[in-house]
Design a protein around this ligand. Structure first.
Ligand code: AMP
Length: 190
């Protein structure tokens, strides 16, 4: 069983790559952003709770996010492994994930970061915002706030996972297929 954390700034291509990797490696793709958006669309309690944070480009509180993620893992008990996309985003989430997987005699096998320059990513998100319908992709101020959240709360995870000796980084700029290839070279050796 392999559990991979796909890591990177908003717009780095985590979701796009996850779509290819999940089939190739038979992994369950869990995107916390997608799960929140599904709940907002269906007007659930969780959706109502998360909406303001998401619309403003702020992180949803850890307690809510961790509980949701663990419930999703439990729902997929037969899975051959997970591809975590957009989770963890804080040290508290990373510690909770470690403890949770540990309780199942599992662990994060690898964390793989998709690296790209901020200015390229901001342009990508604004472009995506024209068709995604996502409020948090359409307003440059909200996008910048997402990067600030990333720099303050998510970037420290790089050192956290480096400390565990399972952190990898790939260049996230290039053709989608080239980037899948770069990721596959790492996953094939796990
Ligand atoms: P994403 O689709 O990954 O860009 O996530 C969209 C938004 O959902 C983020 O800007 C956050 O508001 C929220 N979100 C997604 N994943 C998390 C997480 N792990 N922790 C806190 N908030 C999250």
């Amino acid at each position: 069983m392999i559990n991979i954390v796909l890591f990177g700034k908003p717009g780095a291509g985590k979701g796009t790559q996850a779509e290819f990797l999940k089939g190739k490696y038979n992994l369950t793709h869990l995107s916390t952003g997608d799960i929140f958006r599904f709940n907002i669309k269906n007007d659930t309690e969780l959706g109502k709770l998360a909406k303001t944070f998401i619309d403003n480009g702020d992180l949803v509180p850890d307690s809510v996010t961790i509980q949701m993620l663990e419930a999703e893992v439990e729902k997929n008990a037969d899975s051959k492994g997970f591809l975590f996309d957009g989770f963890p985003r804080t040290i508290a989430q990373a510690e909770a994930l470690d403890a949770f997987l540990n309780s199942k005699n599992q662990k994060v096998t690898a964390t793989i970061a998709l690296e790209a320059d901020d200015e390229i990513l901001v342009q990508r998100l604004l472009e995506r915002g024209k068709t995604s319908g996502r409020a948090d992709d359409q307003d440059e101020e909200k996008i910048r706030n997402r990067y600030q959240e990333y720099n303050e709360k998510t970037a420290p995870l790089i050192e956290y996972y480096k400390g565990q000796g399972n952190f990898y980084a790939v260049n996230g700029i290039g053709l989608i297929s080239e980037i899948t290839e770069r990721l596959s070279l790492i996953i094939d050796k796990l």
